[in-house]
Design a protein around this ligand. Structure first.
Ligand SMILES: Cc1ncc(COP(=O)(O)O)c(C=O)c1O
Length: 463
């Protein structure tokens, strides 16, 4: 796949800020784009001349950056052909964490399992499993017990639902990818919140969609801009309830008044994590044609790998036809356990929400103490702070963070075109006792970036 100079320039964003020679900053930023998966393997980069023109720098700058990437085995160069992206066997051979303490992972916004509750649910699921022994185990749309439990979950959120409006998936991301593969054709426009959930960006990009970002301002969604962006689009993918990464919740007034000409897909993976507000009414209560995605990953545990889609049966039929392209159904035992867990959510969710409230406060306090110049808006729910750093240093901070014993998801992962270099997502889903050390290490990494030190680490996966 050939990538044009203008697309690379857009991905690079504000690469030119910061200390060190320009060729070094350029090769650093290109390397991060490769490690992030934003510049995909085997992609053919623009010629030195074209990229130099697009970036308004000398050809020598681009040539030197390309040579250092080739030396580090991040690209293959051949005379008279485009440089091609590759990955070295060991992307960071010379770097070692400064301390031998285990790395604190601030790249995942996902809570640990509620151990005993999970254990009991699986015990009940095992008792129920023999009901399925005379069947083949391929339940493409999900077992009826779980579809009924999910329907009850929606009813509890103010939206009457029948089990035939539900399809069970292997987590919410599987649902996003299945929807993208089934309902988006190459070249279609898909409206997204900006920032948004990185793997959704990837799922829509893999479906060859053209993404239309609509900025999510600090004061929320702009209904007018969404309406304009939705004209002629194949769909809008929105995260109204405790948005990832900002934690914002779309006010009832805005969601009721939202008028889009395209289908709306809402990802309600975080909807149960209402820390300061009552749990919001399901989006489809106001928009009956909306396609809704849900998951047990944040309210219960990511390891269940259980998600679902709520849609009209005609849409579910199309999704169901498409599904065997990648998988043939979700494990039965996990579905039975998820059914037990969802039905008893009202008994264990309040504890989880109380814990998140305390963790949110602990991380906020540690940040106020060690990084007082950062701006940390407190979201009403969800799992993370979307922190404004002041300077455009997020990728550099994420690249150096492992040297200081932490992993981070840099701001640009949550957007397109190199946006959000001034932001970083910090999840408060870790145990409270980790935050003091995590933030001290983060502050040390921040000081290192301000001193001009460079990191070489591979950005980790996000959730
Ligand atoms: C908005 C959103 N959608 C989907 C997912 C993925 O969820 P699952 O683990 O159910 O695949 C996440 C996980 O962080 C998320 O934040």
């Amino acid at each position: 796949m050939k990538i044009s100079a203008s697309v690379v320039a857009q991905m690079l964003g504000s690469w030119d800020a910061g200390p060190g020679p320009a060729h070094q900053r350029l090769s650093d930023r290109l390397r991060l784009l490769v490690l992030d998966g934003r510049l995909v393997l085997d992609a053919a980069l623009p010629s030195e001349r074209d990229l130099a023109l697009a970036l308004r720098v000398s050809r020598t700058t681009v040539g030197t950056a390309y040579r250092s990437l080739a030396d580090a085995q991040f690209i293959d160069t051949r005379p008279r052909s485009r440089a091609v992206v590759r990955l070295p066997d060991d992307p960071m051979p010379h770097r070692r964490a400064a301390s031998s303490a285990p790395t604190i992972d601030l790249s995942f916004a996902a809570p640990a399992a509620p151990g005993p509750i999970l254990h009991r649910a699986f015990a009940t699921a095992l008792e129920r499993l023999p009901r399925y022994f005379d069947r083949r185990g391929y339940e493409r749309d999900g077992v009826v017990e779980l579809r009924e439990s999910v329907a009850r979950w929606y009813a509890g959120r103010g939206l009457a639902t029948r089990p035939n409006q539900i399809m069970i998936t292997n987590g919410a991301l599987h649902a996003v990818a299945l929807i993208a593969r089934t309902l988006v054709r190459p070249g279609d426009r898909v409206v997204i919140d900006h920032p948004t959930y990185p793997h959704a960006i990837r799922a829509f990009t893999d479906a060859r969609a053209r993404l239309v970002p609509v900025a999510l301002e600090p004061d929320g969604w702009n209904a007018g801009q969404l309406r304009v962006a939705g004209r002629g689009a194949a769909m809008a993918y929105l995260i109204p309830d405790f948005h990832n990464p900002t934690g914002q919740c779309m006010p009832a007034r805005v969601r009721r008044g939202l008028e889009l000409e395209c289908p709306i897909v809402v990802d309600e993976t975080m909807a149960d994590l209402a820390i300061d507000l009552p749990r919001p009414v399901a989006f489809a209560a106001d928009h009956p044609d909306a396609i809704s995605i849900g998951s047990t990953s944040k309210s219960i545990w990511g390891g269940l790998r259980i998600g679902w889609i709520r849609a009209r049966p005609s849409i579910l039929n199309r999704l169901s036809q498409m599904r065997p392209g990648t998988d043939l159904g979700t494990p039965i035992l996990e579905q039975l356990a998820a059914s037990v867990l969802l039905d008893s959510l009202h008994t264990h969710l309040p504890d989880r929400v109380d814990l998140l409230r305390a963790q949110r406060q602990a991380l906020y306090n540690a940040l106020a103490q060690h990084l007082p110049d950062w701006t940390v808006p407190i979201p009403p729910g969800g799992l993370s702070f979307w922190v404004a750093l002041g300077d455009p240093i997020s990728s550099r901070l994420a690249a150096i963070a492992p040297d200081y014993g932490i992993t981070l998801a840099a701001g640009p992962r949550f957007g397109i075109g190199g946006a959000f270099e001034r932001h970083v997502r910090l999840p408060y889903s870790l145990p409270e006792e980790d935050f003091a050390a995590a933030v001290e290490q983060l502050a040390a990494a921040h000081r290192a970036v301000l001193r001009g030190e460079r990191g070489k680490h591979k950005p980790s996966t996000v959730a």
